[in-house]
Ligand binder design. Sequence first.
Ligand code: SF4
Length: 372
Amino acid sequence: MQFVDEYRDPVLIKRLSAAIHERVKDRQYRIMEICGGHTHSIYRFGLQELLPSNIELIHGPGCPVCVLPMGKVDEALVLARTHDITLTAFGDVMRVPGSKESPFQAKAQGADIRMVYSPMDALKIAMNDPSREVVFFAIGFETTAPSTALTIINAARLGIENFSVFCNHVTVGPPLRAIMDNEFFDLDGFIGPGHVSTVIGLTPYDFVADEYHRPIVVTGFEPADLMESILWLVKLIDAGEATVENQYVRAVQREGNGAALAAMAEVFEERPKFEWRGLGSIDSSALRLREPYQRFDAELRYSVTPIKSPEPEGALCGEVLIGQRRPEECPLLGSSCRPESPIGALMVSSEGACSAYYTYVHRRLVTNGERP
Ligand code: SF4
């Protein structure tokens, strides 16, 4: 299959692995992959095992459902249970645990919560039954925010008044800054996210190089993409060069996607503050609806009260999400927390580090008798 097979070519990947081994110096390289899609590929293809032991890949906070704190799921479920509405959400979100239940569990107990594949599906539900209020539980980075923006523009254009959005869209730059401001991480470079960069382009990462003097290479999701970027990063780190590079040229343009950015700019403005799982409150790190579209804002329409919910006892979700701990360090992984009965969001989404580790490493270790 074009654009897959050539990026999974074992000969090419072995060649890149050998080049990295040859190239590395006698030092540590701490490289963070920001995006959960990269974390998934690293575990799926066993890439860490192809790298020298002095290259450490640290999983960053780029899984869209994982960054959502439990309180946000609780707020959505209060919305669904206390108002006569239909709550709609992506499939991943349906399984994310709140402090008492997930949207799926609330649905099983009678709440009108429906899974949709896009915000336009939610708008269609509203259009098909004008007597019913429909709320879309919007999550994700700039990757998914444009589709929410376009849906709201459509709702306004069509005069649909029984539709609103519980907006939890976040932006990728501020959490990166929060991580670099935290001395714990002491990172040498970044594997830049691929999906979100198809929308925002490369310019939003300039501060990583200019202010924090770290290189970042925006990268595709196949094993050869990642190995090529790691080699590139090793060269930049050794040369002391802090630049923003684009390995994912087949999908990402420096200026991003103009139409998507324009739709976002029309509908959204920055939120002054937003709560992140594992990172706490970060200034200007999320989006809310701007004035001409505020009648579609579910938070305003239903006066949503913020809820702060603590992580479950013993869970390390926050620390794992930001790379301070590794999935295998969580005592709940594989015992009470498994994909079919997740305790935390990182076990729900395929982009979650715990789900990827469980699927591609933990199961193998258990089968081989190396882990109970
Ligand atoms: S194993 Fe489960 S509880 Fe532990 S950090 Fe991962 S998602 Fe959270």
